[in-house]
Design a protein around this ligand. Structure first.
Ligand code: KIV
Length: 274
């Protein structure tokens, strides 16, 4: 191509350049209005499959489908113009083979306009990560606590709390990095192991319940805004929107019941006859 195209959004090389420099700011986002509010403040908006629990009331992420991810990713893209949007590949959409993963990742990229996908798994997914990146799909890895494996793990458990676990997790991090992922989420991981991985691999690590030594941090937006009545222990809450919404709704209900609401004629008065 002879014409140089300037991408409007944060790019994958820009995220890679955060390694060992300023931290990468990541939040989940699932809908257009919040995408507009987040856009200027975060580097990456993650359309995470946590939307299954947050938006749809599911128990786990296992019931999330590719169509659900695409619907929410389209909304986030419409509401934003600057942040790099990364979309989770849901359970069942990528594990079977690199070819199936590519077909589904291409659907996400083509139908939503998002830049990148994220998938769970370390060494076992390295071949797929390489296959996708070599074909133009940037991939964010996700290791440690991988919620799509909840039934194999028997629950959501912090990883790396015994030294015996470390070699396999370290190997996962190296495999993801060497396969070409542009960043990797370290979820629910013992602090010193997350710090060691951050030191040992060449790509930015994005922690969630991991270590302040990571190259960036991701939180589920609803957790940090106080919309989840049972947030994970490691979440710092920056607002209490849950109680604020309840108060506002109660005030609205009182107004309506006591008929304190404007009639349309107060907003659009009757026109005088010509
Ligand atoms: O689905 C999600 O929101 C995630 C983050 C918690 C990393 O994968």
């Amino acid at each position: 191509m002879s014409v140089q195209t300037q991408l409007k959004r944060v790019t994958v090389p820009q995220i890679r350049a955060h390694k060992g420099a300023s931290p990468v700011v990541v939040l989940t986002c699932y809908h257009a209005h919040t995408a507009r509010l987040l856009d200027q403040h975060v580097d990456i908006m993650l359309v995470g499959d946590s939307l299954g629990m947050v938006m749809h009331g599911l128990e786990t992420t296992l019931g999330v489908t590719l169509d659900m991810m695409i619907t929410h990713a389209k909304a986030v893209m419409r509401g934003s113009s600057k942040a790099l949007v990364t979309v989770d590949m849901p359970f069942g959409s990528y594990e079977e083979s690199p070819q199936v993963a590519f077909r589904n990742a291409a659907r996400i990229i083509q139908e939503t306009g998002a830049t990148a996908v994220k998938l769970e798994g370390g060494t076992r997914m390295a071949e797929t990560i390489r296959y996708l990146t070599e074909r133009g799909v940037p991939v964010m890895g996700h290791i440690g606590l991988t919620p799509q494996s909840v039934n194999v793990m028997g629950g959501f458990k912090t990883t790396g709390r015994t030294l015996e676990e470390w070699p396999a997790i370290l190997a996962d991090a190296k495999a993801v990095s060497q396969a070409g992922a542009f960043a990797v989420v370290l979820e629910g991981m013992a602090e010193p192991l997350a710090a060691k991985i951050t030191q040992d691999i060449a790509i930015p690590t994005i922690g969630i319940g991991a270590s302040p030594a990571c190259d960036g941090q991701v939180l589920v937006m609803e957790d940090m805004l106080g919309l989840n009545p049972n947030p994970p222990k490691f979440v710092r809450q920056y607002a209490q929107l849950g109680p604020a919404i309840e108060e506002a709704v109660a005030a609205y209900a009182r107004d309506v019941r006591e008929r304190r609401f404007p009639g349309v004629e107060n907003v659009y008065p009757m026109k005088k006859a010509q």
